[in-house]
Design a protein around this ligand. Structure first.
Ligand code: BGC
Length: 799
């Protein structure tokens, strides 16, 4: 080898080593170095999801590699720099992946946990934390990194199709339950995506509607739940919503994603878009600038747009680098980065026990009247069922198709492919109760028939009507009085299950989804008439993720249990409550109105324009209320804030739920010290069986410059299981900043000075104790002046 060749070889080797040095592999300690080593193409790629075929034939797969079949999306891998792909999966009621995969007999079912409304109705943050831990564990074991939940939008109106995924009409409760779920998931080393940020309270035209609302309603209600979750649980990721807020799309809204989320609240994670890819009228670079770090599900054209944007000077590389840095900080936390050895075999048995227990605490007892056989004014209540003394075993005549085709969860991206669902027959059987044979056989056959008949009628063009997006609700079968009469002779009691299905992509309509259908009312009334003639009780089970109409029929049955969609152990949980193995302790997290139209938001909630008519009308460029824009004229008077303040009657108030025992409340102790109000109260079980109680703390503010609702929930706590005669002292704290109203003129939070009244109750209409405290000096906290409405809104006022 001559000298020249030796020299050339040496130079080549050095260059190669230098290049290798310039290729650091990502680690938590070298993020700056990796960022420096990234090309513009790589940076742009990292900001755009890898599920590029999301809009193709296959509905949902990881595009980078088919990482986890059925997961909603990925963040892309850059192997050169040791950056792995990460996998994002729906949520929120469990890990939503395909249950089967090509080329293997192995199955990938996931535990179906109680849906959002049921979880929140437990008012038990510790238990929700356990659900979060189990979901975090399944996320990781199924080789995913982030679960796309919790759903933290507010129930602005009972007709929103996705209310089942959300927790409540109240932001404090939503925030606390959400934070508990998030802390649970993240304690397992998996992440969440709290969604949909923000003001996404309707499904109708969700990708286009402009939610027009005051800064005050935005801050106090729709953002407050997310604020609490950010401050108390630092979610790894947040998902921006599809809709616009005051004229700007959330996903490209700097006010929302940077000024409020990061500057005001201190959010440290990444923001990802909801699953829309490129959207008309909004540039990807605007999203990058706004602080949206990951475009989902991602399309190659978005990568190009970012690159072109930087090259043309339209997009500052600093904005790109800032987002890329956040992505890298996220990635180093993930199981994929840590090469977690996923087992694909979560512990279903342990998780089934958690879902069964949680559902028991989330199911709400709405009515428990006297047993028809008890003497007038007698002591005996309908529930729990008294199985003893029924010679030959206790038999129930089980009506309602959802008794047999039990709805464990809702539809759309929020549905989970569960290994099984315990229906009512099985649940009762496990509790030693049989169901009358002929009726059970008829219903089983009917369900088989309905599956075939109505499956064929699903609209193939409508995504969310496909089987993979959840269970359908079939029409009820009708029974003649003679057939019902036969059941009276065979059974000790009757149960009628009323089911409702709803989900992503559509809001519910009043006539067929909120109200009962004529045939459902007829079934309840006929069964009640027949069974009551023989002094036998009738229980109605509501198997719905959201509120339904009850006022017109609730006087007929002897007891009503709102089971929600309680997850895959549903039948067992219901049986635990019916038999008294568990005492109900769930409480409503939203008002149940007499009529759906009683809510103040009704005037501005989408009407019943069908999709076709809507498209025609949009084609005409005419703005359509509730569709192209939604005017929040009810302002802060959402849910109980409206009913309680304006003295309107309701079917069941916020916070309501019965127990098989009774509770007494002591005099409370209320003390303000520094910036925190401490409330203590002793709750005593004054009845005959063990049970848990939820003490709810509402606060009335002094009459000041800013109009306030009559009462607002400011704290809550649930007792442990108290034996008869046993007491527990609950101590709750309220930071003074949580008493504040948003003062738009000053862009600040303000808790005015004066005397506040604390009300502690079993629900908002059943206050058991009150006490005042005085705030001698107003509390203020400056914020950004974000999300100003573009036009004057005609807002509902108390005075
Ligand atoms: C839904 C999200 C979901 C995403 C991915 C969207 O259409 O709004 O909640 O996480 O799809 O499936």
């Amino acid at each position: 080898m001559n000298t020249k060749r030796i020299l050339t070889t040496a130079i080549a080797a050095t260059t190669c080593m230098m290049t290798m040095n310039a290729q650091p592999k990502l680690s938590p300690t070298n993020i700056d170095e990796v960022l420096k080593a990234m090309t513009l193409e790589e940076k742009a790629k990292l900001l755009v999801g890898g599920a590029n075929n999301f809009f193709g034939d296959q509905a949902v797969v990881g595009g980078e590699a088919d990482l986890v079949a059925g997961a909603a999306g990925t963040s892309p891998a850059i192997p050169r720099l040791g950056i792995p792909a990460t996998v994002l999966t729906d949520g929120p009621a469990g890990v939503r992946i395909d249950p089967t995969r090509k080329g293997t007999d192995k199955t990938y079912y996931a535990t179906g946990f109680p849906i959002g409304t049921c979880l929140a109705s437990t008012w038990n943050t510790e238990l929700v934390g356990k659900v979060g831990e189990a979901i975090g564990n399944e996320t990781k074991e199924y080789r995913c990194d982030v679960i796309l939940g919790p759903g933290m939008n507010l129930h602005r109106n009972p007709l929103c199709g996705r209310n089942f995924e959300y927790y409540s009409e109240d932001p404090l409760l939503t925030g606390k339950i959400g934070a508990a779920y998030i802390n649970g998931v993240q304690s397992q080393g998996a992440g969440v995506s709290a969604k949909h940020f923000a003001v996404n309270s309707q499904e109708t035209n969700r990708t286009g509607v402009d939610e027009q609302l005051s800064q005050r309603a935005a801050r106090e209600l729709y953002l407050r739940s997310f604020e609490i979750a950010v401050r108390e649980s630092q979610p790894w990721t947040i998902m921006s919503s599809y809709n616009q807020i005051n004229g700007q799309y959330s996903m490209g809204n700097r006010d929302l994603l940077t000024s409020i989320l990061r500057d005001d609240w201190g959010f440290k994670g990444i923001v990802m878009t909801d699953w829309i890819g490129i959207r008309k009228g909004l540039e990807t670079i605007t999203e990058v600038q706004a602080g949206n770090d990951l475009m989902e599900p991602g399309q190659p054209a978005q990568v190009k747009e970012i690159i072109d944007g930087v090259n043309s000077g339209k997009l500052d590389i600093k904005d790109v680098d800032r987002n890329v840095r956040r992505m890298l900080e996220y990635i180093v936390k993930t199981p994929s980065f840590k090469q977690y050895p996923a087992s694909n075999a979560p512990d279903f048995k342990a998780h089934a026990a958690i879902t069964r227990q949680t559902a028991c605490e989330g199911i709400v007892l709405l009515k428990n009247g006297p047993h028809p056989a008890s003497p007038k004014g007698g002591e005996r209540l309908t529930l729990p069922l008294q199985l003893e003394g029924a010679g030959g075993g206790y038999t129930v005549a089980l009506f309602g198709e959802n008794s047999y085709d039990f709805l464990s969860g809702g539809t759309g991206s929020g549905c989970v492919h569960t290994p099984y669902v315990v229906d009512m027959v099985e649940g009762l059987k496990n509790a030693g109760i049989s169901t009358s044979k002929t009726l059970t056989d008829i219903y089983r056959k009917y369900i088989e028939y309905a599956r075939v008949k109505f499956q064929a009628e699903r609209h193939p063009a409508n995504w969310f009507q496909q089987e993979m997006f959840g269970q359908q609700k079939y029409p009820e079968a009708a029974f003649s009085p003679i057939a019902i009469g036969k059941e009276v002779r065979e059974a000790d009691a009757a149960i009628v299950t009323i089911g409702r299905q709803a989900g992503e992509g559509a809001d519910r309509d009043i006539a067929t989804e909120f109200n009962l259908l004529d045939e459902e009312c007829a079934l309840i009334i006929d069964v009640c008439n027949a069974f009551h003639q023989a002094d036998k009780p009738v229980v109605v089970i509501i198997n719905s993720g959201s509120v339904i109409e009850t006022a017109s029929w609730s006087s007929y049955p002897d007891a009503i249990l709102c089971a929600w969609q309680p997850g895959m152990e549903g039948g067992n949980s219901i049986a635990d409550l019916l038999t008294g193995k568990v005492n109900p302790s769930g409480k409503l997290t939203m008002t149940w109105p007499v009529a759906a139209t009683d809510h103040a938001s009704t005037k501005n909630f989408p009407g019943s324009i069908d999709d076709y008519t809507f498209k025609q009308m949009v084609g005409s460029n005419r703005p359509i209320p509730g569709h192209t824009y939604t005017n929040h004229e009810e302002d802060i008077y959402v849910g109980y804030r409206f009913f309680d303040t304006f003295g309107r009657p309701v079917a069941y108030p916020f916070g309501y739920g019965l127990s098989y025992t009774t509770f007494g409340y002591s005099k409370p102790a209320v003390q303000l010290s520094g910036d925190v109000v401490t409330v203590s109260i002793t709750v005593k079980n004054t009845g005959n069986v063990a049970g848990k109680e939820v003490a709810q703390v509402y606060v009335t503010a002094p009459d000041g410059q800013i109009e306030k609702p009559a009462k607002e929930l400011k704290a809550f706590a649930k007792t442990r299981e108290l034996q008869p005669g046993e007491s527990e002292t609950l101590t709750m704290t309220i930071p003074v900043r949580l008493l504040a109203s948003f003062d738009e003129a000053g862009s600040q939070w303000i808790s005015e000075a004066g005397t506040y009244t604390v009300h502690i109750g079993s629900n908002i209409a059943d206050i058991r104790a009150t006490a005042p405290f005085k705030l001698s000096k107003a509390y203020t906290e400056k914020t950004s002046d974000a999300l100003r409405p573009q036009q004057k809104l005609n807002l509902l006022k108390r005075k």
